[in-house]
Design a protein around this ligand. Sequence first.
Ligand SMILES: [Zn+2]
Length: 296
Amino acid sequence: MPELPEVETVRRGLQPVLEGARLAKVEARRPDLRFPFPERFSERLTGRTITAIGRRAKYLIIHVQDGPVLICHLGMSGSFRIEADDDSETPGVFHHERSKSTAHDHVVFHVVSAAGARSRVIFNDPRRFGFMLFAEELPETHPMLAGLGVEPTGNTLDGVLLASLLKGRRSPLKAALLDQRLIAGLGNIYVSEALWRARLSPLREAGTIAKPAKKAREQSERLAEAIRSVISDAIASGGSSLRDYMHTDGSLGYFQHSFAVYDREGEPCPRPGCGGHIERIAQSGRSTFYCRTCQL
Ligand SMILES: [Zn+2]
């Protein structure tokens, strides 16, 4: 499932093709994905110019001139790819099984850049948990986005803010970090990674790092820093894979990561001198990977 860094990678990949381009034609090849497409979906976008492509949590937000704001979510298996719109095959080898299955190409945006270059931006989603909706007003007031917490990117999330979000919370730290009303777009993988970097147990009570004591203040600082760095490192590795994909099949948003703990059950803890092993436990029905020796 794409997490925030993948969505940000998709945004950065789409930006040079979409921003400033005109939507010459928009094809929705079925009536729905996870939700029905908005009424007059193609009609309301066709002929309009895309002014900006942003992101909030895991939502892509596409602004068009004098039109609705398009909110896209990749769901479990959604991906975009870019092809030259000259009906020739994209050069390079299709190493991505995903993009071969054109049966799952559900939306095709035919775009023309300001310089006249034609491209197809194709949304492929085998499991169809993705969706596209319109926001008529400011997208942040849309019901999907209205209750979202702080972004884990940039400098907004610091130790003081994190402590204020977690103060008095009795839930396990991992569960609190997954609560989208507190921090938006942080998913299962990066929570495990951030807790390992911060040397904090996923099982400890969330409020324990939000106490006035110096130790708690250091812990909340460490965790805020770990969250920001784990996300920014993943975005940076997405950026390098973006350049690779551009030269192959044009698929955006899925790339190989190297994780310290995620999916590494039984392996030695990678922290120098720790000597512990990575365990997998279930929390709220989801896997958590951590090292009980160095994460306290
Ligand atoms: Zn360890």
